[in-house]
Design a protein around this ligand. Structure first.
Ligand code: TRP
Ligand code: ZN
Length: 881
């Protein structure tokens, strides 16, 4: 018998709760295996709720020990308690106090939701529905309450006791070896923002004075011995706080802001009010163990969680369908922060790469869903690239469409009108409609429709009339579960580039709304004509990636070469280089599959040479332009009947050709670009390291006498993780002679740092070559492998499934089988980690028939499992549908 699919939850079925919970008093006696939770709730019927209306609270694996109503124990006939539900059949009044005592076991909580332990530390994760694993509650985001939390634990093992809000009382419990702390959070919040932490942690203190002069105590709590790894995170926090004041006028609102780093965590981090809890990989850094990318990620995630204090916490979601209300907006805010801290174009390119590599395939496959879904079976499966990344793109388009001023006026209104509320996308959009006196009903389709629109473009220059005409059309390709689609509002930033590379001025035009350098495509087809254009310009469209669409522009190689060297929009310059490479990679892949002779295009090789030594581009931008589209990107572009082996060969062929032509030019970049002196994580220095390592990536396959030696030396002499890992990856992925020695050296050096060892696992799991499969199996039995640690699982298995296309999709089916087995194993322990790993199958139908049949077999095997979690059942059902 097969596990049942959970019932569908639908947006249209939303009903406000019959009762509110105004106050929550929690008394938590911490114990590793038997924690006693006493929750005292002030329950009030909503206007219109009749006396006697049943109160139904959510639970999940709970055991009720005591239940009192207004202080009096409730007879069994008046309630019904199961592990996942507590019903008070007939409350005697519409306002009463409920006292609920439950007992929970943190040590056996392997799902890492609710209260659990990570290396001895007690911690919680309540979003989305984890609070119900602590006590019975109206565990939904539209129930906002004021929380007071009393924690009690052994002083020796748990000297640190933290909860949301401000500390109001602490002391010893007399005549015991226990102590207690009472925390009060004055801001009403939904249960998903509740948190507590208790353990023996080191404290890294700092402080911040807000723009209105309020003193805020800042702390980062980490395992003892890791205090020196918190500097960058603290610095990032203070810069985030200042930036949010300066750019959005938003100040912090409690006396203390605490961050805790734990090593076992399902996601990146969590914005619990006043007590953010982080996956330690987004807190801890030093040059020895963290790469430049890690530093950038820490800065972004610290900012993201901090920014949630307003976008998410002060203003929260009415229901989980509105998840993008907080996530899309907060991702937009953290992207803007990083852009201000670093190079804006480089950040934009990185964000678009992520969008295209994660969100586009999601939107093109069986797991496609609108930015605001209308139905879900398991909400944990909707923390997706679509909700987060596409959600951020939609906010960015809103800014583009309205202009900066009206955008900020709309946001100000949103903060003023909805502070303290649990609200919706409609309410959010209404603020912009009001502030900008405009109608956003068509724009709202971005939240409703799944699928990436394809914008087709044709241009025509008429030398006699001196007109330049742009014909545009838009279409969303078929999405399962979406019958029809309507034309969206697509802001297209553009320029008309004259022969010398300058944008030419355009005045009169007909056919579409154009303001500044943005034209709005808001119909299925549209023709825009520019007058007084004497010579044919090149159209640079979708500058800065102004909308999350695919462009079908058919630019000639000549035009692309022109844009690659002349476009004054750095994003589109990068895009032109990528398009040239992509065209060639697709062509090469097809030839390889047909068994035909194939050689890379000289044009492409030439462009890579000019980019390398173009002084007008900063180093980070050059490094990005010199990065070939990934195997997954190429597969996506090809779209159907995909053969990952042919893609890998094509990509290697082009890389080697670039290397052969430019090895001499590369060498000085390898050696001289690398910054010397003490390590600094700033964007400029990191950019030079990136370019140096990119040059090394090519030089490594140049077959020069010294090429492998130079890689080895970079590895052995590196004084920072960025360089060390870049070289290690080359040694392992290019199967160089010294790879085993390097892996061993690395392991000996970093055995004590689990974050550094995650990189060691990942490097091996992503190595192309038939031997990797056995290697991954062996590594699963390595003493350092830990199936209970999500970071370790992701570094080995997720990276194999998503970062090693040829081995995951092996033609003997063993790659799929390995991942399927792992999913089934993990599912019993941690459904969220298992179902996330399972999504790596999502593009299975795009593979060639042999491979897709093998993938289907693996999926069916998972599907036939009797006791699949709700999370994995949902993903496997949708993936197969
Ligand atoms: N809200 C968190 C963020 O965006 C992410 C999150 C959602 C999460 N669910 C979670 C984190 C479960 C950990 C576990 O920052
Ligand atoms: Zn978030």
């Amino acid at each position: 018998m097969r596990s049942e699919t959970a019932p569908a939850i639908r947006l249209e079925d939303y009903q406000p709760p019959a009762y509110r919970i105004e106050k929550v008093h929690l008394d938590i006696l911490l114990d590793p295996t038997a924690t006693k939770v006493t929750a005292t709730l002030t329950v009030v019927g909503q206007d219109g709720t009749e006396t006697g209306t049943p109160l139904v609270l959510d639970g999940d694996e709970l055991k009720l020990t005591v239940l009192r109503l207004n202080g009096i124990e409730l007879p069994e006939s008046e309630f019904e308690a199961t592990a996942d539900r507590l019903e008070i059949r007939k409350p005697p009044a519409t306002s009463f106090e409920l006292t609920i005592e439950t007992e929970i076991n943190p040590d056996t909580n392997t799902k890492l939701m609710g209260l659990y332990r990570s290396s001895e530390t007690f911690c919680t994760q309540c979003e989305a529905e984890g609070f119900r694993r602590i006590t019975y509650f109206l565990d939904r985001p539209d129930v906002l309450a004021i929380y007071t939390t009393r924690l009690e634990a052994l002083r020796a093992s748990c000297p640190v006791l933290l909860a949301n809000g401000n500390l109001i009382e602490a002391g010893d419990v007399s005549e015991t070896d226990r102590h207690y702390a009472v925390w009060h959070d004055p801001h009403p919040k939904p249960a998903y923002l509740f948190a507590l932490v208790a353990g023996n942690l080191a404290q890294v203190p700092d402080e911040f004075v807000t723009s209105s002069g309020k003193q805020v105590e800042l702390n980062i709590f980490v395992e003892h011995g890791k205090e020196n790894l918190c500097g960058w995170a603290m610095d990032s926090l203070k810069r985030s706080m200042r930036w949010d004041e300066e750019v959005f006028g938003l100040e912090y609102d409690l006396d203390v802001f605490n961050i805790v780093a734990v090593s076992d965590f399902n996601m990146g981090a969590m914005e619990n009010k006043g007590l953010n809890i982080f996956n330690d990989k987004y807190v801890l850094a030093d040059p020895e163990t963290a790469t430049d990318q890690d530093y950038a990620n820490i800065e972004a995630v610290i900012a993201h969680e901090y920014f949630h204090n307003w976008t998410g916490n002060r203003i929260t979601c009415r229901d989980w369908f509105q998840l993008c209300l907080k996530e899309g907006l907060t991702v937009f805010r953290d992207q803007e922060f990083s852009s201000d801290m670093r190079s804006r174009p480089v950040k934009r390119i990185a964000d678009v790469r992520l969008l295209k590599s994660h969100q586009f395939p999601e939107d093109a496959g069986p797991l496609a869903h609108p930015v605001r879904p209308r139905v879900y079976h398991e909400i944990n499966n909707f923390y997706t690239a679509t909700v987060y990344e596409k959600g951020a793109e939609v906010v960015r388009m809103l800014k583009t469409v309205l202009g900066d001023e009206k955008f900020h006026a709309g946001l100000d209104l949103y903060f003023r009108q909805h502070d303290g509320e649990a609200t919706t996308i409609e309410a959010f959009l209404k603020c912009f409609e009001e502030a900008a006196a405009t109608d956003l009903s068509q724009f709202a389709l971005w939240y409703e429709q799944a699928g990436t629109p394809v914008v087709s473009v044709k241009t025509r220059h008429d030398p006699v009339q001196q007109t330049f005409t742009v014909s545009l059309s838009q279409e969303i390709p078929p999405v399962p579960s979406q019958k029809t689609s309507k034309p969206a509002v697509i802001p297209l930033r553009f320029g008309l580039i004259g022969p010398n590379g300058d944008d030419i001025a355009y005045e009169a035009h007909t056919g579409a709304k154009i303001s500044g350098d943005v034209m709005l495509l808001d119909k299925a087809r549209q023709e825009v004509t520019f007058n007084n254009i004497s010579t044919a310009p090149v159209l640079s469209l979708l500058r800065g990636f102004s909308a999350p669409v695919r462009l079908d522009q058919h630019l000639s190689a000549e035009d692309l070469l022109f844009l690659a060297s002349k476009d004054n929009d750095p994003f589109n310059r990068w895009q032109a280089v990528q398009s040239l490479a992509m065209q060639d990679l697709v062509r090469l892949t097809a030839l390889i599959r047909q068994g035909e002779q194939s050689t890379p295009s000289d044009d492409v090789i030439g462009v890579f040479g000019s980019v390398l030594s173009d002084p007008s581009l900063d180093a980070a931008l050059r490094a990005q332009a010199l990065t070939l589209p990934s195997e997954a990107d190429i597969a996506q572009e090809i779209g159907k009947n995909v053969d990952p082996d042919a893609i890998l060969m094509a990509r290697r062929m082009l890389r080697e050709a670039i290397s052969r032509s430019h090895a001499t030019a590369m060498l000085p970049f390898v050696t001289e670009m690398a910054p010397g002196g003490t390590y600094s994580p700033d964007a400029e220095t990191a950019g030079r390291r990136a370019l140096s390592n990119r040059a090394l990536h090519y030089y490594a396959v140049s077959a020069r006498d010294d090429s492998t030696q130079i890689v080895w030396e970079r590895f052995a002499s590196a004084d920072n993780m960025t360089d060390r890992l870049a070289a290690l990856t080359l040694l392992v992925h290019d199967d160089m002679e010294q790879k085993d020695a390097a892996l061993e050296m690395y392991r000996n050096r970093h055995e004590k740092s689990s974050l550094a060892m995650d990189k060691w696992f990942m490097t091996q799991a992503t190595a192309p070559g038939a031997r990797t499969l056995q290697r991954v199996r062996d590594l699963m039995n390595d003493p350092l492998y830990d199936a209970g640690n999500p970071n370790r699982v992701r570094s080995l298995l997720q990276s194999f499934a998503t970062g090693n296309p040829t081995q995951f999709a092996r033609t003997d089916g063993q790659g799929f089988e390995l991942v399927a087995e792992a999913v089934l194993q993990l599912d019993k322990r941690n459904p969220q980690v298992a179902s996330r790993l399972l999504t790596s199958f999502r593009s299975w139908r795009a593979l060639d028939p042999q491979r897709s049949a093998l993938a289907e077999t693996a999926l069916l095997r998972i599907s036939s499992c009797e006791e699949l979690s709700r999370d994995s059942r949902d993903i496997v059902d949708r993936t197969l549908q």
